[in-house]
Design a binder for this molecule. Structure first.
Ligand SMILES: [Zn+2]
Length: 358
């Protein structure tokens, strides 16, 4: 009898480790170069109180300052802290023993997005040039599965993203830069016109709000199962030394994610069967004296990143503390694993972050 019980419990353990995922859709969202320091600590006084970086310190303090990190991060990223931290997970608070790093040697954007999407750090990818990515990404892998063919898409602010996904080879639609929406509905027509006429502070790259509202229209029309939504202005404003705009952009991205999540939960195709993963491509320096505007190997600690996850298969652990060190190259397999898939291709792929699912 004892042996019988043991067999039954072993069988149950085996079955549960292959449990069917409830996730049928996954949305990966990035905002470029948003530091873990703000995600977990909110506004940084060394930058918020300094008129060099914050033009109206009184106004911005009123909006984002509070005496504790807990209150500050809540003010900056209310959706992260009211919803993701309650129903999902947030990794990367180094002050609480949760570390997440990029594993590439460069600590800037293309190497970071390649690592996020392909699941490995490729030393050949050492610039932000518009070079078509030779690596199979998890998006391409999923798009090749019959169930997901034509159900994978991306909207991005940065005009290099179509090359990172290799839109040409993969056929995955990627709308980025100043690309107009083809066969637009009336709302997309308006967004096309705004994009065309409104001068962008970033030249070849549009503003995040255009990306977001175009992406939302795409999702409403096409109901993709796998979607990569990539924002960029957090990085642009940080490089420009505008801490106030960097905070306002982070706060706006939080609002976009909240709006998207609320929309998803209102749709039968998505409600209760959609996982979202939130992350960034790299970190930045620490403070005015330690290159906060910058990142890359000359900027100490700018390899440090964070990640959030929420969905039907993700236990509500909230702010995760004292974990083993996680790496950016684990995100791709985590995306595949959310759908119950095992991402394999011509290059190695790091293992999924299993704590996202158990
Ligand atoms: Zn940058």
């Amino acid at each position: 009898m004892k042996l019988f019980m043991l067999r039954i419990s072993l069988l149950l353990i085996t079955l549960s480790s292959f449990a069917q995922r409830q996730t049928e859709n996954i949305i990966l969202i990035t905002t470029d170069g948003l530091r873990w320091q703000e995600v977990f600590g909110g506004a940084d006084s060394t930058l918020l109180f300094d008129p060099t970086f914050t033009s109206d310190t009184t106004k911005l303090k009123k909006q984002f300052w509070a005496s504790t990190a807990k209150e500050r991060r809540q003010k900056l990223l209310p959706f992260f802290w009211d919803t993701v931290a309650k129903q999902g997970q947030l990794y990367g608070n180094r002050d609480k023993g949760s570390k997440m790093n990029v594993s590439n040697a460069y600590w800037f954007s293309y190497p970071g997005y390649n690592e996020i999407l392909s699941g490995f750090a490729d030393e050949r990818i050492n610039s932000n040039d518009k070079i078509d990515n030779p690596n199979t990404t998890v998006l391409e892998f999923i798009n090749r599965q019959p169930k997901y063919q034509g159900k994978v898409a991306s909207y991005a602010t940065w005009d290099v993203v179509p090359h990172i996904i290799n839109e040409k080879r993969t056929g995955i639609p990627v709308n980025a830069g100043h690309e107009a929406v083809a066969s637009p509905n009336p709302r997309e027509q308006l967004l096309n016109e705004i994009q065309d006429k409104l001068p962008s502070p970033w030249g070849e790259t549009r503003q995040d709000f255009i990306t977001y509202y175009m992406a939302k229209e795409y999702i409403q029309k096409n109901k993709p199962k796998v979607f990569f939504l990539s924002f960029d202005e957090t990085d642009d404003y940080a490089h420009a030394g505008k801490y106030d705009q960097y905070l306002l952009t982070a706060n706006l991205v939080d609002k976009f994610i909240a709006d998207l999540w609320n929309y998803l939960q209102s749709q039968p195709e998505y409600k209760g069967k959609t996982t979202i993963l939130l992350t960034t491509d790299h970190g930045r320096g620490h403070n005015p004296k330690a290159r906060w505007k910058d990142h890359g190997t000359k900027t100490p600690d700018s390899y440090q990143i964070w990640m959030g996850a929420m969905g039907p298969d993700t236990p509500a652990k909230g702010e995760v503390k004292h974990t083993q060190v996680l790496f950016q190259n684990q995100i791709a397999q985590t995306v595949a694993s959310a759908l119950g898939l095992n991402f394999t291709c011509e290059h190695s792929v790091a293992e999924a972050i299993l704590t996202v699912f158990k």
